[in-house]
Structures are given as structure tokens and as C-alpha cells.
Design a binder for this molecule. Structure first.
Ligand code: URA
Length: 451
């Protein structure tokens, strides 16, 4: 406390004036910050009083020094309180959402959410854009001409009331702190931090008015956390934060050692979502989407049990009810639902470059981070905050792990509109594929469940 003279010679203790630089140093030195210090940083960064360069330094200090459980909780709450919370208590039924910690080709939200909504669950979904080498639901949806993800709280509520499912991004109104921090982390190499991921996800989810949450915590070469041990810690942390806030949170640790499905890139992934919702999708994507949807249905209504929820989710996919639900939601948010049947209405790349196998054998490994990074180089993601993305570009895999390929056979195709970084992307993708004479062991898709 600094005592300063104030009026009539009386002395008042004024609050100690915090300085951002001192807080950066404190975290850099591995000390624990107080709730007030964390609130100061988040509040002042959100209103523009702390510049990006200081916040970037703070994020890097967190990356190296970590945060305690108390600090992560304080960060989550400060981010949550940076904007409004959506009150959905007057909507009938349980509100359950799903969120992934980030993967390559990970489009399950766009399949699991319509299945759960078709089952009667209210799904309020606040998502993010692409982050690092991973894609984001908001960017994928915005590749649909006219689709609006910038909604007011009132529009979000009205859409949920009418359709049981609504997608939106962080805005100046809801979790503005995550909107700014997320974009800054994306371009300052501070994404892969367990506490920053936990606070980012949980602040968004707590703001949207959900009662329950299914988390898809990715593990492997395409995930931010490569090892199961770290992913488990992240899952446990988010389940704990949820519990402290009286929310039911179930976390699945799932394999991200190769891209999910075949398509990586925004409009390309919308096409694969459409195929999957019409029962023509890749096996891994279909299986995981059904499992996540079943968990959402089960959280909303545990009575009939998980196996019954799985059967219901599969039936809603097979009957086309989930496909119709996605069409309905696209139309409600300003997009053209015909894109799901007429792919020429989506942005299409002008060039295609095939990557061929140098030898025959089995695909034993596909480094998913390199595939995601190649898509970013083609323009599917950002390397500066204001770089516009190209919704049309990306990678379509022709072979997945365990499949055979002949020498000169196609491994994948790069779709591009600007060839400035095409060679670099092609090199990355070529190196991402490992081909051997012996078939690899099959990996499980769901590795662990934490609840
Ligand atoms: N998803 C988020 O919303 N935030 C992260 O930091 C990572 C994945």
C-alpha cells in the first residue's frame, strides 16, 4: 500500500497501483499471482489498456512457468466476467455442449451437435477460429456463403429457442477476453499451454449457459498436447473447473495421431460433414461423432443409459434427421443450406497438386501437425492476427494409417488458390507420410474417459 497525502493533511491508503511489467516479471519468475492480479491483467487487456506486446510476454511467461489450479480458476473467471453470460434457464430441456481441444480435420462439432439437437438436446455452441495448425468451427462455418457467427446474445437465445442449436464465435459481448487472447496466442506461439487452453475453453463454455459439457481432449501428433499424460491433466483440470461451477463435464481423450477423416481445410471439411451426415462419411469421423453425440444425449438425459444414447445417435444420423437439422440451422444463421448438396456453391480452390508415394507399402504414420501446418501455409489458417484466411484451400488425404499404397500412388492432394507457399506445403506433406513394408498396429479412437 502507498500512503499519499489527501485533502486537509489527512492520509488515505490508496490501493497499490499494479504495473503490468511487474506481473509479467512475477510470472516469469515462477511466482503465483493473486486473483486480483489476474483480474487486473484480463480486464485491462480486454479494454485495450494493456498493449498486445505486454500481453504476449505474459502469455509466454505462463507458457514456461505454468499456472496453479487457483490461478487457472481465477483466469477462467476473469475471462468469463469480461463479457455477458447467456441465461438460458427459461428454455425447456437440458443445455449440453461439446468442445474439442483442437485437432486437424476435426469437424465432429458440426456432426455431433446436429445429432444431439435432433434428439431434443439444446446445444448452445460458442466456438473459436483456427488456432495454430488446428482448424476452428467458426472458420469452417464461415466458409458457407452468408453464414453469420457474429450474433447478439438475443439472436443466440432466439435461435436456440427455435432450433435447439446455434453456433457463434466469441464477440465483444460474450467472452471478449477470449476473443482477444485467442487471436494473440495464435500468432505468438503460446497456444500449447495447458492452463491457457483450459481457461480459454471453460470461459467460453461457462458463458453460454450450458448445464453439461462433453470435452474431446485430443492426444497425438495433431494435438496441442502430444502425450496422454498431459492430455489427461488438461481433462482433469477442465472437469474440476466445471465441477466448481456446478456443471457436469465429461471428457474423452481421443486419438489425434493422424487427421480425422480425409478433409483438412474449411470448405473441404464442410463437404465431408455433409457426406458424413448422409451416412457416406469416413469410418473414424462417423464413429467419433456418434460417440460424442451419444455422450451429449446421455448427459442431458442419463436415465436410459449410454448404450441407448448411442443407438439413438446412430438412428438420427441414419434417418437424415441430423442432416436436416444442420440445413435448418444454416438457413437460420443466414447461410445457404443448398451448399450441403451442391458443393460448387462453396468456395472452391483453383489448383490441385497431387502428392505421390515414393514407394509401395503400408502407411504407418501421418504426422497430423505437419498436415495442419501445410493447410495453414496454403492459407487455411493465420500467421498474423489480421491475415484473412482462404476458405477454399486445404488437403484431402487419399490414404490413412493402415492402408496400402503402390509406388507412385496418390497419398493426398493439396488444393490451393495462391502458389506462393505451395512448394513448402508440399514438402511438409510429403514428409508427413511414413511408408513401411509392415502394417502398423491399429490405434483406438477413444483412449480414456474422465468424469
Ligand atoms: N480450443 C479453445 O477454445 N481454446 C484453446 O485454447 C484451444 C482449443
Amino acid at each position: 500500500m502507498i500512503a499519499r497525502p489527501f485533502g486537509g493533511g489527512k492520509e488515505f491508503a490508496l490501493p497499490f497501483q499494479m504495473r503490468t511489467v511487474d506481473l509479467i516479471r512475477k510470472k516469469r519468475n515462477g511466482e503465483e499471482l493473486t486473483d486480483k492480479e489476474i483480474e487486473f491483467l484480463v480486464e485491462n487487456y480486454t479494454r485495450g489498456a494493456i498493449p498486445d506486446y505486454q500481453m504476449a510476454a505474459f502469455l509466454m511467461a505462463v507458457y514456461y512457468s505454468n499456472l496453479s489450479e487457483n490461478e487457472v480458476t481465477a483466469l477462467t473467471l476473469a475471462m468469463l466476467n469480461s463479457g455477458r453470460r447467456v441465461d438460458l434457464s427459461d428454455l425447456d430441456g437440458a443445455k449440453v455442449d461439446k468442445h474439442s481441444t483442437g485437432g486437424v480435420g476435426d469437424k465432429t462439432s458440426l456432426i455431433a451437435a446436429p445429432i444431439a439437437a435432433a434428439a431434443g438436446v439444446v446445444v448452445p455452441m460458442i466456438s473459436g477460429r483456427g488456432l495454430g495448425h488446428t482448424g476452428g468451427t467458426v472458420d469452417k462455418l464461415e466458409s458457407i456463403p452468408g453464414f453469420r457467427t457474429r450474433l447478439s446474445v438475443e439472436e443466440f437465445r432466439a435461435n436456440l429457442n427455435a432450433h435447439r442449436l446455434c453456433f457463434m464465435g466469441q464477440t465483444d459481448e460474450i467472452v471478449p477476453a477470449d476473443q482477444k487472447l485467442y487471436a494473440l496466442r495464435d500468432v505468438t506461439a503460446s497456444v500449447e499451454s495447458l492452463p491457457l487452453i483450459a481457461a480459454s475453453i471453460m470461459s467460453k463454455k461457462l458463458a453460454e449457459g450450458m448445464d453439461g459439457l462433453v470435452l474431446d481432449v485430443k492426444v497425438g501428433s495433431g494435438a496441442f498436447l502430444k502425450r496422454q499424460l498431459e492430455a489427461r491433466k488438461l481433462a482433469q483440470l477442465m472437469v474440476t473447473i466445471g465441477r466448481r461451477m456446478n456443471k457436469r463435464v465429461h471428457a474423452l481423450l481421443t486419438d489425434m495421431d493422424q487427421p480425422l477423416g480425409y478433409a483438412v481445410g474449411n470448405a473441404l471439411e464442410i463437404m465431408e460433414v455433409s457426406q458424413t451426415l448422409q451416412s457416406q462419411g469416413p469410418a473414424d469421423l462417423t464413429q467419433l461423432s456418434i460417440e460424442l453425440a451419444a455422450r451429449m444425449i446421455n448427459l442431458a438425459n442419463p436415465g436410459p443409459g449410454l448404450e441407448a444414447a448411442r443407438e439413438q445417435a446412430s438412428a438420427l444420423l441414419a434417418s437424415g434427421a441430423a442432416f436436416t437439422k444442420l440445413q435448418e440451422v444454416i438457413a437460420a444463421q443466414g447461410g445457404n443450406p443448398d451448399v450441403l448438396n451442391q458443393f460448387e456453391l462453396l468456395p472452391n480452390a483453383s489448383g490441385a497438386r497431387e502428392i505421390l508415394s515414393p514407394r509401395s507399402g503400408y502407411v504407418t504414420r501421418i504426422n497430423a501437425e505437419d498436415i495442419g501446418q501445410a493447410a495453414v501455409l496454403l492459407g487455411a489458417g493465420r500467421d498474423t492476427i489480421d491475415r484473412p484466411i482462404d476458405p477454399a484451400v486445404g488437403v484431402i488425404l487419399e490414404r490413412k494409417v493402415g492402408e496400402k499404397v503402390a509406388a507412385g500412388g496418390r497419398l493426398c492432394t493439396l488444393y490451393h488458390t495462391d502458389d506462393a507457399r505451395l512448394e513448402e506445403a508440399a514438402q511438409l506433406v510429403e514428409d508427413a507420410f511414413h511408408i513401411s513394408a509392415a502394417a502398423p498396429e491399429q490405434r483406438q479412437l477413444v483412449l480414456e474417459v474422465i468424469q
